[in-house]
Design a binder for this molecule. Structure first.
Ligand code: PMV
Length: 366
């Protein structure tokens, strides 16, 4: 159902420009009842974001770098509801409740406060990625919500401003505002609130011809036991490995940016894999330990190691869940997918390329 609706949207708006700049803020929708519709794709971090220095502003401790995917889009419509007493949020056809609803209402409160428009809203969102399984559903979700809400409330924001706004919903969403590769700047610590907020945003990263693909192995599509928010807080507070990883991650970013510029997929992959394994090591050393990796994850990691021994450039990265994303060359993606599929024992395998940034759809977009 959700795939179908997105297909309809694409038919009406066949613009497949790889790095479109999101545009919002016409203001013409505010209060008109039609609202605004936006689409955004998930991103996978090659240099991870793990740990906040400010929970309220969602300011990270380290910079991170990601690739936005061309699969699993989220489409979100926001309509103003003048006179309504509360926001109505429907996710995948079902009314949102609990923590998911609270996060979206808090985000809409921020938009209302910034736009100085008090109206409640109706939010309808369709996600094509399994939610809560470490597959970046919150990144595409909050990027689409930021662009749609900014459009509906008449907030005129640049792409950088949208990235800051999306960050407040979910840190990784700041990167999904942009297509291709994006770096999210942590900003400088010790500044006042306004300066700190302004200093933390994502922007596109220059990349030479890399021909990359990410093979996504879904070994478990169920929701995770512990949210990334809670897990990163525990890791920062209790893991003796956290600070060493954060320090090495800064070096990893420098090396990765240089490797992207010269189109060196092997070095990009080596750095991505060690950065991700290091992040999981910090969690395993937390007290009590946070373990997202499962036996199936390790089986896929073995397959990736075997691919490398067979001469295929393939490198794994894992997020807040057991699923594995394998960076490789697009022309070798089918072979990688085949090996990973055998190892994933029945789990779904998807091949993704670099995808577009978040964007507002034309009126009546679905
Ligand atoms: O944006 P959040 O709170 O869902 O955190 C995402 C954290 C990781 O996916 C594990 C890493 C990253 O940089 O995306």
């Amino acid at each position: 159902m959700s795939e179908q609706r997105i297909a309809v949207v694409r038919t009406q708006e066949p613009d497949t420009t790889p790095h479109p700049t999101p545009h919002t803020g016409t203001g013409t929708d505010a209060g008109a009842g039609t609202g605004a519709v936006a689409v955004a794709h998930p991103n996978i971090a090659l240099i991870k974001y793990w740990g906040k220095r400010d929970e309220h502003l969602v300011l990270p401790r380290t910079d991170s770098l990601s690739m936005t995917l061309d699969i699993f889009p989220t489409t979100t419509r926001v309509r103003l509801a003048p006179g309504a007493g509360r926001d109505a949020v429907v996710l995948g056809g079902r009314p949102a409740e609990g923590e998911a609803l609270r996060r979206i209402v808090t985000f809409l409160d921020l938009v209302r406060q910034t736009a100085r428009v008090p109206h409640r809203a109706v939010v309808e969102s369709e996600n094509t990625v399994p939610t809560g399984a470490g597959l970046a559903s919150s990144a595409s979700g909050f990027a689409a919500l930021a662009v749609a809400a900014a459009g509906a409330y008449g907030l005129s924001l640049t792409a950088t401003g949208l990235s800051r706004l999306a960050r407040r919903g979910s840190g990784s969403a700041s990167r999904s505002i942009f297509g291709g590769f994006a770096v999210w700047h942590a900003g400088r610590p010790g500044q006042d609130t306004k300066a700190a907020d302004l200093g933390s945003y994502a922007e596109p990263v220059p990349v030479a011809d890399l021909d990359p693909a990410l093979v996504v192995a879904v070994v478990d599509a169920g929701p995770k036991d512990i949210s990334s928010r809670a897990a990163m807080r525990r890791t920062v507070d209790t893991s003796p490995l956290y600070e060493p990883w954060a320090a090495s991650s800064r070096d990893d970013l420098t090396g990765m940016r240089a490797a992207l510029l010269r189109g060196d997929l092997q070095v990009v992959g080596e750095i991505a894999e060690r950065n991700a394994l290091g992040m999981h090591a910090t969690m395993l050393a937390a007290r009590p330990a946070v373990r997202y990796l499962s036996p199936a994850t390790l089986t896929v990691l073995d397959a990736v190691g075997q691919l490398r021994r067979d001469g295929v450039a393939a490198y794994a990265t894992m997020d807040a869940g057991p699923n594995v994303k394998v960076l490789c060359r697009r022309r070798e993606a089918d072979r990688v997918a085949q090996s990973v599929r055998e190892a994933a024992a029945g789990g779904a395998v998807h091949i993704a390329g670099p995808g577009p940034g978040a964007r507002l759809l034309p009126k009546g977009g679905r």
